[in-house]
Design a protein around this ligand. Structure first.
Ligand code: NDP
Length: 322
């Protein structure tokens, strides 16, 4: 099969389209013929070595496709089923052997493109807004990178739950996208001081929670605009990892809560995975949740997709058509 392979850690140029042996599914796995693969920041972290994986490595953590074969212990899917999955590395490829317990069957009315765009960032937005800091009607939350893949979905779900939502983004065009996603207030954090803006918009009270995927450049300032007993949900690091902090700083800032969650811990059981994926796919099918596909690249152009993602050019989802 053809696959994008990383033989050495480094820049996007390390991702080459190569011929590699077809995978064989283990007893608990299904062999998936991939139709569309999602591009996520986590793929960049594996390529650079910030997250560790043995080399050579096929990047990619999310895809949709058709089951072609199943291992002897698999009974939740069968050959011919349309499926999607997240958090199984190796999706920048024509075929992948995937643990069957990660697979979700696709409703007929959800396309391969929608499914590959929704699984990882959609389920992330779901657990962050419904479980990590469950948004209640009337609360105010701040979403950083609100025009981003995960960000715009968090904005939509927080609005569904009745919140007042502030969003930051890095350009006038992205502010328009964040507003279209549902933000009540938008802040260009490259030209405005988001701390001062949030204080102004809340008459100094601050927000109930921040969903922060940006990390290094936003984290510490964010702690200054969370109201007492509010929560900092640090779930990413697109600007770089946050430096270690003294937990005691959470006290004078208002007995704040801090968490650093991951999707895998919120979809650890089949019941959780099916519920989150089911909600996300059903909301898409019902037109309640809107996906913004920024660009679909051929598999061979995965390196360009990474360049675009890392250079802050994109707003929404990047896909690889396999
Ligand atoms: P995005 O689509 O949000 O793309 C990243 C965005 O971050 C950029 O478009 C840019 O938006 C903003 N940004 C701010 N500073 C920088 C910078 N220095 N370099 C690059 N981008 C910057 O990506 P994703 O939605 O795929 O992921 C966002 C983060 O969330 C990643 O760190 C990812 O790993 C994490 N994540 C975590 C999950 C979890 O469960 N913990 C699950 C899913 C994602 P702007 O121009 O508007 O500033």
């Amino acid at each position: 099969m053809k696959a994008i392979q990383v033989n050495e850690l480094g820049g996007p140029e390390q991702m080459q389209l190569q011929d590699v042996p077809d995978p064989t599914p283990a007893a608990n796995e299904a062999l998936i013929e991939i139709k569309v693969s999602g591009v996520n920041f986590i793929d960049v972290y594996f390529r650079k070595g910030l997250y560790k994986a043995p080399l050579p490595m096929i990047p990619g953590s999310e895809a949709s496709g058709i089951v072609r074969a199943v291992g002897g212990e698999v009974n939740n899917v069968k050959p011919g089923d349309r499926v999607a999955y997240a958090m199984a590395r190796g999706s920048y490829a024509e075929l992948q052997a995937v643990p069957a317990n990660l697979l979700v069957k696709l409703p007929d009315h959800v396309t391969f493109e929608q499914a590959a765009a929704a699984m990882l960032q959609g389920m992330t937005a779901h657990y962050l807004t419904h479980a990590t800091f469950p948004v209640q009607a009337g609360q105010t939350v701040l979403v950083h990178a609100a025009a981003g893949g995960a960000g715009a979905l968090i904005v939509q779900m927080a609005k569904m739950l009745g919140a007042r939502v502030f969003g930051t983004a890095g350009s006038p065009e992205k502010l328009d996208i964040a507003r279209a996603a549902g933000c009540d207030e938008v802040i260009n954090y490259r030209t405005q001081d988001f701390e001062a803006e949030v204080k102004r918009l809340t008459d100094g009270t601050g927000v109930h929670a921040i969903y922060d995927s940006v990390g290094e450049s936003t984290f510490l300032k964010g702690l200054n605009v969370i109201r007492p007993r509010g929560m900092m949900v640090l779930f990413g690091q697109s600007s770089g990892p946050v430096a270690p902090i003294d937990p005691n700083i959470l006290n004078p800032k208002g007995s704040l809560f801090l968490t650093r969650p991951s999707l895998g811990h919120y979809t650890a059981t089949t019941e959780e995975l099916d519920r989150l994926a089911g909600d996300v796919l059903n909301w898409i099918a019902a037109g309640k949740l809107h996906l913004r596909i920024d660009h679909t690249y051929p598999l061979a152009d995965a390196a360009q997709a990474h360049r675009d993602l890392e250079s802050r050019k994109t707003a929404g989802k990047l896909l690889l058509a396999v």
